[in-house]
Ligand binder design. Structure first.
Ligand SMILES: NC(=O)c1ccc[n+]([C@@H]2O[C@H](COP(=O)([O-])OP(=O)(O)OC[C@H]3O[C@@H](n4cnc5c(N)ncnc54)[C@H](OP(=O)(O)O)[C@@H]3O)[C@@H](O)[C@H]2O)c1
Length: 249
């Protein structure tokens, strides 16, 4: 129960990595509020699982579209009423919209930057007050190995993830004196809907770059997120943890 009594917010937890994170954090004693963008039913199913794990805690879900900057403030109003203090925030929600740069539409570039970087930064700003009420706040931003070994067709995604890592380090420097920690996790290729979209050829090509010779699974990212949220990592801030089967780091 390394997260007992911690109130933690996780974005994009209706499926994939975010879902694995909330299921693990619930087992470790955290009280959770987590978001979905479109798949309310999936989020409600995850909420049911989370409530089965810890029925005594008041877990909740909320709708959040990080691409809708005008509304982020409204979308978290209720959350802020529920959680006057927040001990952990996992900025997990993210999207891809791949295309080689000469053919990429402007809106696809901006959508990815807006969702993965600007929306995430804006949400963090909205939750700063309740986070600063915690004596040991920990923010975990989910980046990507693509911020470090860029891949053709992902210029928008690489720029968004490099930006979020730079943002994490700046925030860690500014808020460190308050024992407020900010770190990033840069996953390699993990089996989720996001990587399911890749062609068979792309998947085989990727595997050749991974010394462990397999895709990661969502629990392998959740374990690292839990560590960074817990007091076990109390002297780690401003870092990027690479979880990629050895392909970079
Ligand atoms: N999978 C990988 O190999 C991999 C590798 C490196 C980094 N990552 C990063 O890990 C994070 C999770 O990836 P994943 O593979 O688990 O993704 P996923 O399976 O595609 O799930 C994405 C999650 O984000 C939510 N979401 C989608 N658009 C959103 C928006 N505009 N605003 C707010 N939330 C939105 C989705 O909600 P709905 O279900 O409601 O649409 C869903 O909960 C992302 O930041 C991704 O960039 C993934």
């Amino acid at each position: 129960m390394i997260l007992k009594d911690k109130k933690i917010v996780v974005t994009g937890a209706s499926r994939g990595i975010g879902k694995a994170i909330v299921l693990l954090l619930a087992k470790q004693g955290a009280q959770l509020a987590f978001s979905y963008a479109n798949n309310k039913q999936l989020a409600e199913d995850v909420l049911k699982d989370v409530k089965n794990i810890s029925p005594n805690l008041d877990h909740s879900i909320f709708k959040l579209n990080l691409n809708d900057l005008d509304n982020i403030k409204n979308q978290v109003t209720e959350l802020k009423n529920q959680f006057k203090q927040i001990d952990g925030l996992v900025n997990n929600a993210g999207i891809t919209c791949d295309q080689i740069f000469p053919l990429m539409k402007e809106e696809d570039f901006f959508n990815v930057i807006q969702t993965n970087l600007i929306g995430t930064v804006f949400l963090t700003k909205q939750l700063l007050k309740p986070l600063m009420k915690s004596s040991k706040a920990s923010v975990v931003n989910i980046s990507s190995v693509i911020a470090h070994i860029p891949q053709s067709g992902q210029s928008n995604y690489a720029a968004s993830k490099a930006g979020i890592e730079a943002f994490s380090k700046s925030l860690a420097t500014e808020l460190g004196r308050k024992q407020f920690r900010v770190n990033s996790i840069a996953p390699g290729f993990i089996k989720t809907d996001m990587t399911e979209k890749l062609s068979e050829d792309q998947k085989q090509e990727i595997l050749k770059q991974v010394p462990l010779s397999r895709y990661g699974n969502v629990d392998e990212i959740a374990q690292v997120a839990s560590f960074l949220l817990s007091d076990k990592s109390s002297y780690i801030t401003g870092q990027t943890l690479h979880v990629n089967g050895g392909m970079f780091g």
